[in-house]
Design a protein around this ligand. Structure first.
Ligand code: GLA
Length: 385
């Protein structure tokens, strides 16, 4: 177990008993690239996560150490200064510490060892887990706890600083997730509710295409956001009350089509229809209609592939192969895009045979070994005991 290794490493190196926090990764059932358009999303926090073993210190230093992936130890003085570091993860902590300082959050010295089992760059939000878990731990150790809503906003600012103009889905899923439930979030007013996702006789499996993305250094994500904003600007000329694609209808798109870029129109149409798929998914889950759930997953995927253009040939291959296999009801790529995992709904009695056929056919077509993980929905950020 990763967390046990982290605790023993901490004890050996820092001579004290740490507090342990866990921040989960997240999946998303449907609602992709809708969050920054004030739209609807349906993610869930998962068992895979990042663990932080921490204790306060009296030397005005935040000492952070990863020893599993990109092993490095980075020290930040409480004024934010630090020595040069190499690991990409260091940028997230740097950004967070700078934001906390500039917003006058009282932070104290802390020793922190972290590590986990979320595959990086696979669409499971390892960076939101990293940021939210760290902010939670640091503010707790500093004796100044802050609300989960505020943690989400700080974590989002950190992502923006590093270069990804993301919405709030990942941070909210990581912070507010609940075991056994999907998390419905309306990104317009940030109201949320829970919906159990057990479909009797069916299992959820994640398949990692093993094409890794780094959205923060890949501007395609941000370009999508700009397309959406372009359309909002056009519609606003006709309807000044419109502030986001959430307020835009398909009819509005027709009205501005002539003055807009055709690609922007295509992107906006995708977002409007994706919000509708979230409603459909909620209904299908409530009614326990597994066939409908599978159909919506597939529709969502091909919309991302052909309209929003954020999938890869490998992800398309995974979904396509699944469509031809008996037992897989549906699947789709999750997250920002350009790599990562698909989420699959599979008949439990055909689970093993479906997965092995899927992986085999994928290998044959792409020459890549995919991996799979059984999905377990777990709680959001918490003290782990
Ligand atoms: C990334 C971003 C989220 C969201 C998804 C796509 O995970 O961090 O804010 O936009 O992509 O749904």
């Amino acid at each position: 177990m990763v967390h046990k290794t982290i605790i023993s490493f901490f004890k050996e190196n820092y001579n004290s008993n740490p507090l342990l926090f866990k921040a989960p990764g997240r999946i998303n059932l449907i609602g992709e690239h809708t969050d920054y358009n004030e739209g609807l999303v349906l993610p869930a926090s998962i068992e895979k996560g990042i663990y932080f073993a921490v204790s306060g210190n009296n030397d005005d230093t935040i000492r952070i150490e990863a020893f599993l992936t990109q092993a490095e130890k980075i020290e930040f003085a409480l004024n934010g200064t630090h020595k040069k570091f190499n690991s990409f993860w260091g940028n997230y902590f740097k950004a967070i510490i700078e934001i906390l300082i500039s917003e006058n959050y009282p932070i104290k010295g802390m020793n922190c060892v972290f590590g986990g089992d979320i595959p990086i760059g696979s669409g499971l939000s390892s960076s939101a887990a990293l940021c939210c878990g760290f902010i939670y731990a640091l503010t707790k150790i500093s004796g100044k706890e802050i609300s989960r809503e505020d943690i989400a906003l700080i974590a989002q600012k950190a992502e923006h600083k590093i270069g990804l103009n993301c919405g709030l889905m990942d941070q909210y899923a990581v912070l507010f997730g609940k075991k056994g439930n999907a998390f419905f979030l309306d990104c317009k007013d940030l109201s949320h509710s829970y919906i159990p996702i057990n479909l009797n006789g069916y299992s959820w499996v994640l398949v990692n295409s093993n094409i890794k993305h780094n959205l923060a250094v890949d501007s395609e994500y941000n370009k999508r956001r700009i397309s959406c904003e372009n359309i909002v600007k056009e519609v606003k000329l006709l309807k000044p009350e419109v502030n986001s694609l959430r307020d835009v209808t398909l009819k509005d798109l027709q009205s501005v089509a002539e003055n807009s870029d055709a690609i922007d129109i295509k992107r906006a149409k995708y977002v409007i229809e994706e919000n509708e798929r979230v409603h459909q998914m909620m209904k299908a889950l409530t009614e326990g209609d597994a066939q409908a759930v599978g159909r919506i997953l597939k529709e969502g995927h091909w919309a991302m592939s052909t309209q929003y253009e954020i999938t890869t040939p490998e992800l398309d291959a995974l979904v396509k192969i699944g469509e031809d296999l008996n037992g897989i009801l549906g699947s789709r790529m999750m997250g920002g895009g350009f790599g990562g995992c698909t989420i699959n709904l599979i008949e439990t009695t055909k689970l093993d045979s479906s997965i092995s056929s899927l992986l085999e056919a994928y290998k044959k077509e792409t020459n890549i070994e995919a991996e799979y993980y059984h999905l377990a929905i777990d709680d959001g950020v918490k003290v782990f005991s």
